[in-house]
Design a protein around this ligand. Sequence first.
Ligand code: ADP
Ligand code: MG
Length: 621
Amino acid sequence: MALLQISEPGEAPAPHQRRLAVGIDLGTTNSIVAAVRSGVCDALPDHDGKLLLPSAVRYLPDGNVLVGREALAAQAQDPFNTLVSFKRFMGRSFQEARSGRAPYNFVDAPGMVRIRTVQGDISPVEASAKVLSALHERARETLGDDLVGAVITVPAYFDDAQRQATRDAARLAGLNVLRLLNEPTAAALAYGLDNGAEGIYAVYDLGGGTFDISILKLSRGVFEVVATAGDTALGGDDFDALIVDDWLAGIADAATLDKQDYRKLLVAARQAREALSEAPVAVLDAHLETLGRLSRELSAERFAALAQPLVQRTLVCVQRTLRDAGLDATGLQGVVLVGGATRMPVIRAAVRDAFGLEPRVELDPDLVVAMGAAQQADLLAGNKRAGDDWLLLDVLPLSLGLETMGGLVERIVPRNSAIPVARAQEFTTFKDGQSAMSFHVVQGERELVSDCRSLAHFELRGIPPMVAGAARIRVTFQVDADGLLSVTAREMSQGVEASVVVKPSYGLSDDEVARMLADSVALADADAQARMLREALVEARRLYESVQAALQEDADLLSAEERAAVDAAMAAVGALDDSRDVEVVRKLTQALSDATDEFAARRMDRSIRAALKGRTLNDIA
Ligand code: ADP
Ligand code: MG
């Protein structure tokens, strides 16, 4: 009997119909394109056999544009028309870009920053598109015209604006983006698939302009990003800047340097630094317009000392990420090094010490991201192979929550939760007969709303009237695979509902994320104090309002003397609003509670009697 052969959607029905897709590592310094062909993953070379394309674009007066090594070679000689490291400015405003140390003529325009060149004002998106076009061309020459699309990698901490800018660049380059993939995740894919090893791994990625650390769990072909952190302003470039600072420290008229000369010093510093990965001493050498020739030796030892602050910054990030993942370094199976700058011996030594493990470098740290992206692209293009049923999980960079009474944050989805994720929590009304509730969605790690980032406000109306605390309002937070958050509030007895959709990461830079996290750690104690105070004040307010309502209805139950005592306790609590002392708030609240105990008991009696009036015992039983 013949069996029917069923082909799942997305599964390649036959080898000759294999669809080709590429993975692109669009790096700050270097970019690479890779593809899976006949089951083998390779980076694609240019005409000279070179795999790395420097992410450099030079705009010439005649309208021509050079990309890659040719452009990079002119960096010092034609700095204003030769753009490098523009990935740092993707999706960034003039103000944000200018605060860096890049020696460009930035143009103050609304929206994304532009850089003035002989060919006009160029945005980082356009420059990136030139790099992507060159790689697209390379892919077409190697693979033919059947290219269905590309997976392009971005730093894990890229926010929405930066991711959107990357997509725009790809569109300008005529590429169909199958997916944006986080760089460390791509690296782990390349390693995980090649080795099939299970366990928890750290991916330490230090490139030219960005640092990423991710903790990944690999088990039975499923990758989960347990935690991730990073710094978009920390990479090889920053080590170069430290070398230049040190170099200039000994030079009297360093202040007269112009941007072009500064650029030359950076180029010289980078050459020396890369040489130090192989040799104990390197020469710093530059011919400057302003100061003539500067030349000096730099020892590996001196460099290691200079580099320490930056190395430590990466390790602080590592420790925090491990803590978030609930791990210490000993729980790790391995550490994967990614990015050209991890060739620096000082980095390898620091990573070895921090993890107590020999870092893994089997795959070329320059290529590993592009290879992982290529494997993912192959899969997304529909070339699913047996056993290829892994999926990728990403995580939330910051916690999501709601404002509750007293300006406090109730955390609903904790940071580093794997997405997609859905979490629900029940809330109730604060006042009798309350028919509407307003919700304030916030993002951040701090206890007080005023210290977190406001994402959205919305209202739930039509709550049926009930006594305070009786209504059940279920609030659900849902974050989909693209990081899109929707929050829904539903009144459980009648099902009235309201919701809002927000992009949690929108407009939030790495620096902001990093600052918010740093603040939450540094201020945890102060926050706990503030939270206790707010909670005590909310409790005081709640009691005050309920006594006030009770007095309106049943004041006749109190003698004049008793009433005076209650009024005095009320006045004391009523005046608490600006109090800073949690003990005082608690004491006065307790006093009011004590002063009204008897009153509450009498009210209870009265309402029971009212309820029973005119009914026999049988009715009640
Ligand atoms: P990106 O991801 O930012 O494009 P790469 O992974 O290509 O960056 O890394 C570029 C960085 O790697 C540069 O700062 C470069 O100086 C550094 N680098 C490359 N090779 C070496 C080396 N042998 N020693 C030290 N640093 C290196
Ligand atoms: Mg990189």
